[in-house]
Design a protein around this ligand. Sequence first.
Ligand code: SF4
Length: 268
Amino acid sequence: MKQSEFESQLGEMFENNFRFLCEEAGHSINEYLKKLAFDQVLYYYRKNKKIIEQITRAEVKLSLPEQETPNDKIPYTIEGVVDIVREGDETWLYDLKTHDPDRIKAEPGKYKEQLNIYAYIWKGLQKNELDNTAIIATPLPNGLRAAIENGTEEKIQAEFDKWEPVIPFGYDEDEVADMIENFGETVERIENSEFAPPDVKRLESKMPGMKTNFATHVCRNCDVRYSCSSYREYMKKTRNARKDNIMKFMAPTASEQDEFVEGCLQSI
Ligand code: SF4
């Protein structure tokens, strides 16, 4: 696939954004990871070009203020950002997720809940047109990643054609009251500092729709894993971590330390 003129500009935008994020966060990534990140942006654009070019309103902020949690009556506001596309006679509301499509399809209720609330605000309260809702899953499928890395042009094209990142959900405003209550319960738990981690069994269990377990998929990227009792238990159980060798498993890895140093140097 040849790069178009716009895709070259996309490369410049990516570079500027990358420099800004490095300076702001004090983190960096090596050239290999940077290429993976740009591939994701590039192929995401190519796959969703039609939708992107038809967006009539981008990053629309939807807000449902003056809510109260069910028991403690703690006030809160539900907010979300969506893209609106009008094509012909139809209006669609899109929400972007960094989750894998298989994971989204394995737990559709969780995603539908959020989309229904956005649909309720957009259509029910703001009186706008709406025909459907959908999620766009942003990660590249493993097959496409592998093909970009080692495959031929034909293989890349075949994997690209197989990729289906758009998952339509429809909407159902009748269930919105229950869904808002679920949100309220979660807000209440956060406000009451109920942050207990899931137990070790959950960390060992497979992520819905995926081959990896919770510890690998979620905990490995969690900044508080070093002080999390469940993660420590998991490491003891699965890696034979003990008091005298626990740091080997808990301390930042050499590549994480390199990344931190490189990020700091780039931001000077
Ligand atoms: S390591 Fe992080 S994500 Fe994993 S259980 Fe603990 S708090 Fe949750």
